[in-house]
Design a protein around this ligand. Structure first.
Ligand SMILES: Nc1ncnc2c1ncn2[C@@H]1O[C@H](COP(=O)(O)OP(=O)(O)OP(=O)(O)O)[C@@H](O)[C@H]1O
Ligand SMILES: [Mg+2]
Length: 358
């Protein structure tokens, strides 16, 4: 019988300092021995967004404590850990470097394997922490920096079907919250205040809805929210109406584009029972979950979501990706450096910037 592997994971790609200890179990999922996430909301709140220099300083102040807490809480000593995984990108290089260097140093002095993990692979595989799922599956990654449809063929094997050509969905939620003065962090607040508004009140644009396959665009929607927000003069009820209309428009866009992505997935994989995994911070949004669940009933596919605590940034998903890579003997890359950009499908065309033809 093979041993169940245990990994320490470290995540510092943006504004969360996180560490976790994860062990594979006999069900093919993970035992979460500890999962510590320290958010820096209070550091960045007054700026309405993440300030890289402040984030890096907060990681430096917290990282040792967070790693020690994760080890203590897991009741696992370093000698019982089989390897260390840390996020190597994409993200803010000043922030990534801190977790990455800590991870490498711990691995070096304890003589353990080290895995530099792609943060997006962490999100892509996060569903496996709790649900045993077979490859391939369709991934809708909706986070603060990315919005993509990908076929997850295997660990380390991704095929991009579509991507945002401008803003990430999480960014659009955050900017909407900022324009409506709903507080930071934006996404959860837009969701919360949408519950008090009329989602049909504002008619907002659905950019590229009838073209460009399952590629997406949110910049025009964001600009429309800005335009309307200037007209409502801080009226609280209208703010809620605008938040609700924004979220409803996002849902209409995701409904249509996911339908296209499912068809593309079926065609490319010849799969008769497609599965959709929705991951990344925005996947915690309940109205989006419900919306895609409704679609799954209409066109017959299965939807699987990681638990909300594994949607936003966390180190459990990084440790898990580390274990998956370790089991497949995917390089022990102790020389890896931090990368600000690191697409899961390196061959996918870069669809951003001026001059884009769709
Ligand atoms: N309930 C919610 N509804 C909508 N958006 C949400 C919700 N909860 C979190 N978000 C958004 O999710 C984003 C954070 O997700 P995540 O931590 O995965 O992003 P990131 O790590 O910054 O970006 P990336 O993973 O692309 O590098 C933020 O934009 C946040 O507003
Ligand atoms: Mg993330």
């Amino acid at each position: 019988m093979t041993k169940n592997i245990t990994f320490l994971g470290i995540e510092t790609s943006c504004d969360e300092t996180a560490a976790a200890v994860i062990r594979e179990n006999d069900k093919g999922t993970a035992d979460i021995l500890s999962n510590i996430v320290s958010s820096q909301f209070s550091e960045h709140e007054r700026f309405g967004g993440v300030v890289p220099e402040l984030a890096a300083r907060a990681h430096l102040e917290n990282i040792e404590y967070i790693i020690n807490r994760a080890l203590e809480k897991s009741r696992t000593s370093l000698s019982q850990i089989d390897g260390i995984a840390a996020t190597a990108g994409p993200g803010l290089v000043v922030c990534l470097t801190i977790g990455l260097n800590f991870g490498k140093s711990i691995a070096k002095f304890s003589n353990k394997p080290f895995m530099g993990v792609n943060h997006l692979e962490g999100h892509a595989l996060s569903v496996g922490l709790q649900t045993k799922i077979k490859f391939p599956y369709l991934l809708l990654l909706i986070s603060g920096g990315h919005t993509q449809f990908l076929i997850v063929e295997e660990v380390n094997k991704y095929k991009q079907l579509g991507t945002t050509i401008d803003d990430a969905l999480g960014e659009a939620f955050d900017k909407t919250a900022k324009m409506l003065d709903l507080g930071y962090p934006g996404g959860p607040n837009v969701e919360k205040f949408s519950n008090f508004g009329d989602k049909h009140f504002f008619k907002l644009p659905e950019p590229i809805i009838n073209k460009a396959g399952c590629n997406l665009s949110f910049a025009g929607l964001k600009t429309a929210v800005l335009r309307e927000s200037k007209k409502i003069n801080g009226d609280q009820k209208m703010k809620y109406n605008l938040a609700a209309s924004f979220q409803n428009t996002v849902n209409k866009i995701l409904y249509k584009k996911t339908k296209i992505a499912i068809e593309m997935f079926k065609e490319k994989t010849k799969s008769k029972n497609p599965k959709l995994v929705v991951a990344g911070g925005v996947a915690a949004n309940k109205s989006i979950r419900k919306n895609l669940f409704n679609l799954s009933k209409e066109i017959k596919f299965e939807t699987v979501y990681p638990d909300a605590k594994f949607c936003g940034d966390n180190a459990a998903m990084i440790a898990w990706a580390g274990i998956k890579r370790f089991n497949r003997k995917l390089s022990n890359n102790a020389n890896i450096s931090a990368r600000s950009r690191w697409p899961l499908d390196e061959k996918a065309p870069y669809l951003k910037g001026p001059g884009l033809k769709l």
